[in-house]
Structures are given as C-alpha cells and as structure tokens.
Write a protein that binds this ligand. Sequence first.
Ligand code: SF4
Ligand code: SF4
Length: 217
Amino acid sequence: MNPDQPVRQSELERLVTAFRLLADPGRLRLVAALLEDRELPVRALSRAAALSETATSQQLRVLREAGVVRRRRLGRQILYRLNGGDARALARTGITRAAFRSSYSTRKDATVTYIIAEPCIDIKDKSCVDVCPVDCIHEFDRILVIDPEECIDCGACEPECPVEAIFPEDALPDKWEPFVKINYAYRDATDGDTADVINRLVDDYAREHNVQNEPIN
Ligand code: SF4
Ligand code: SF4
C-alpha cells in the first residue's frame, strides 16, 4: 500500500461499516464460524457462537441485510454462508491472529523469543516482515528488531531471512549476544526513546565490530 495515496471516502465508510458489524462479539463469532467456506444451519451456528437460536437468527438477519452472509434452503434447513467483502477479510485477519495467539498462550511462561542479529545490519530486505502473523518485526535505521512481548515464537520468519540473521533466543550464537539487548530494547526503552536507543545501540555495535555487510541482490 502507498501511504501517500489517499483512501477514498466511500472506501473508508465501507470499512467503518465492516468494523461496526464485527464489533459485536456474537456477530464476530458467527462470522468466524463461517470462515473457511463453511455453510451452516442456525442450530450449528448457535452452538459455535454460544448464542441462543433466537439471538443467532437476529444477528444473522443483521449480517444478511448488510450483505455479509447469504442463505439458501436445503430440504427443511436454511444454510448460511459468508459473502466476500470487507467484513469477511477483516474477520479472517483478526481471527487468524487471535488463533495464533491462543495457540501460543503459554507465551508469558515461555523463555524463548526470536532475535534478529548482526547479519541484518544495513541489509534490511524485510522478507521476514511479510510472513510474521502478528506484525511484531519493526524497522529502525540500520536493522529490524523483534518485539519480544508480541512475538509468538511461530518461527515463520527464520527460514525467510536470506542472510540467516534470525535465531531463537536460546540458539543465538554467543558472539551475537548484544542483539538480545538490542531486540529487547523495543520493549524496555522508555516511550518515545525506542528508536534513539535501538539506533544508538546498533551504531555502537557496528562501529566496535566494524560491520560491513555486503548488500544482497
Ligand atoms: S517468530 Fe518471527 S514470524 Fe513468528 S511471531 Fe516471532 S517475529 Fe513474527
Ligand atoms: S529477512 Fe533478515 S535481513 Fe531481511 S529484514 Fe528480516 S532479519 Fe533483516
């Protein structure tokens, strides 16, 4: 996306409508139950969304009138499925992230996070950013770092790095130990100082270690 390109008012209004539709927990659970091209009757949706059948029918009517779901009769059953559109796309993104977080809910007790180390300095091709499901990789002047609080340790970024800069913290080579501090500075730096702290730490490290990483093609 080009951040300089203004988004049309009509598109913003469509997004606002989609956010409003999903801002109700019951409706969001209904939409989530219908992701992956499922087609379900009211009774199954009621169970999936933890709503009474009456409440389920009411919310499905709201979603149908907004064009988020459609229905068809099959014998004696009415089956519902999702249409395409903003609400579906937003729900898919949000639910995917929530599912990742849920499946890694032991994170607070975990001792491992991922660390970006020296080979990233001045390379920054951002291959890792595209695959991170929780958008916890952040760019600074000469390096990217991983937010240790938000990282869910999925490991998706590690094989994407063309210069092998990403390691689980417990497998980081000893020589790159300073990068634990650099990545954790994203969490530990005082608000407003984060960029200054990380940029200074990286500059100091690069100077002391005479880092001259070759650009990649
Ligand atoms: S391991 Fe990598 S891809 Fe997965 S959440 Fe952490 S930073 Fe993102
Ligand atoms: S893929 Fe590797 S080199 Fe590229 S930005 Fe991520 S950590 Fe840095």
